[in-house]
Design a protein around this ligand. Structure first.
Ligand code: SF4
Length: 185
């Protein structure tokens, strides 16, 4: 089993805690500041992107996107879109992102940091790897500072796990589909 694809889904308690934390304004500020930082670094290097969709069709291109639980809930809350019942399972089977429409990201403003730091342009490797590592360290520190469990997992697997929790009724309170049901946030 790949280390980014755990045997067991995260517990409901973990998902609930990620949902509560993802709705916090300080978490939002921190993640958005990281996105600005990534944009600034990327603007300096200007990697070539021909909108091939390679970075989002993981299985086809041998690429694996790792996302933390907190980031996943943040993204789902901000994207304002509920997955259809079979969508997350199909994305898992196909190893392609459920949010890819044609070759374009349909949740561009809410995409996780891993989507922002990865470029299929091979000339980007010398700077994108250190950038991805430093951003990942900052995201991990954010988990610690807000006191939520840390889990880094493959994107389609994690989305499927969260969607299964939503279908069980864990998420989807008065605050929206991917918010904790009774968090009072
Ligand atoms: S969230 Fe958007 S950029 Fe990230 S893998 Fe999915 S479609 Fe691609």
């Amino acid at each position: 089993m790949h280390p980014l694809i755990p045997t067991d889904h995260p517990s409901d308690e973990w998902i609930d805690r990620w949902a509560i934390a993802a709705a916090r304004s300080d978490v939002d500020d921190c993640l958005r500041a990281l996105h600005v930082h990534i944009d600034d670094v990327t603007a300096v290097h200007r990697p070539i992107c021909v909108a091939s969709g390679r970075c989002c069709r993981f299985g086809e291109h041998g690429h694996l996107l790792a996302v933390t639980g907190l980031e996943a809930l943040w993204m789902l809350q901000r994207a304002g879109r509920t997955l259809r019942a079979d969508e997350a399972a199909r994305a898992l089977d196909r190893a392609a992102c459920v949010f890819l429409g044609g070759n374009m990201c349909t949740v561009h403003d809410a995409r996780p940091t891993g989507c922002r730091t990865y470029h299929c342009d091979s000339t980007a490797r010398p700077w994108q790897e250190p950038l991805a590592e430093s951003v990942h360290t900052a995201v991990r520190t954010l988990h610690e500072s807000v006191g939520v469990p840390y889990l880094l997992a493959e994107w389609t697997w994690l989305l499927h796990a969260v969607e299964q929790a939503r279908l069980r009724g864990l998420l989807g309170g008065r605050h929206g589909a991917y918010h904790a049901a009774d968090a009072g946030v």
